[in-house]
Design a protein around this ligand. Sequence first.
Ligand SMILES: [Mn+2]
Length: 357
Amino acid sequence: MANTRLEKVRAALAERNLDAVLVYKPENRAYLSGFTGTAGWLLITPAKAWLITDFRYAEQAATQAPAFEVIKPESTVAALLATLCEQHQINRLGIEGDYVTVDDYSAYEQALGERDLVSIAGTIETLRMIKDEAELTLMRRAAAIADETFSHILSYIKPGVAERDIAVEMEYKMKKLGAEGLAFDIIIASGVRSAMPHGVASDKQIAAGELVTLDFGAIYQGYCSDMTRTVMVGEPSAQQREIYAIVLEAEKRGVAATRAGINGKELDEVCRGYIREHGYAEAFGHSTGHGVGRYIHEGPKLSVRGETDLLKPGMVVTIEPGIYLSGWGGVRIEDMVLVQENGCESFSKSPRELKIL
Ligand SMILES: [Mn+2]
């Protein structure tokens, strides 16, 4: 796997006329090398690939990143870089301009003298948008952990239980199922709090007659999942049923329209247009979805500004329309799907119909 990814980064390097790239962002580093330690620099040229790390990680690096030659700096990383650039005629070096600190940049500049430092911000992130089979296997598992957690938590959601207690049980369950962490702080937003799209679980107790939005995801071997379901505690009112039905239909239309060749703005409009037709345009104030991978939010964007975000096979995106009415509450439904040539495969398997608890 790592070799194909290395080939892709080398092609990008040739396209940008670079002699090498230096990769330090943890997600990019793990993606290209397999190395998951917290300190390490990849230096990749058309012919060579080094992983610079210290004593703590030397053994782990050699095991996790077999395609890389592991080297330890004798003094500073900048000094070692200068030596490698000298030995291998690296005159134009790509660096992650959106991640390198000002201090590190100064150190590189000083050590490298006349050589050019060029930002490659976004280049590896663009490669990462298209997932390979190994990544898709991990993402399916991350989504399955979220699905299992959702069906597990349903029996806990009842009047008198605090949102925070539900979140804690969900975190425990996801970790028991193999997640190494949470993709983000679990959102449990009940009653009027469900009008807040990002209402992280609070001390509020669930009450009868409330909608409860649960938005959560697991990290499994470096990959995130993301799903949202809104459930009803007690009998829904006519308005709760109506809003839920509109969001559900918008979400289903969004998933049905997801395929290679559509752009992020067009897909956003499938959901947004349906919600607008029903008079709730103002109540859907966020984008329809986003790419997911090693980051919970990555490209492409499915939003009113997504006209240049063309969907391609192998991208994994969320479809998550919602309606939020201040002082009343809200509904969001979200699935994570794999873009395919003629449609998509939903990784989220939990039923989307209104669950009445
Ligand atoms: Mn999401």
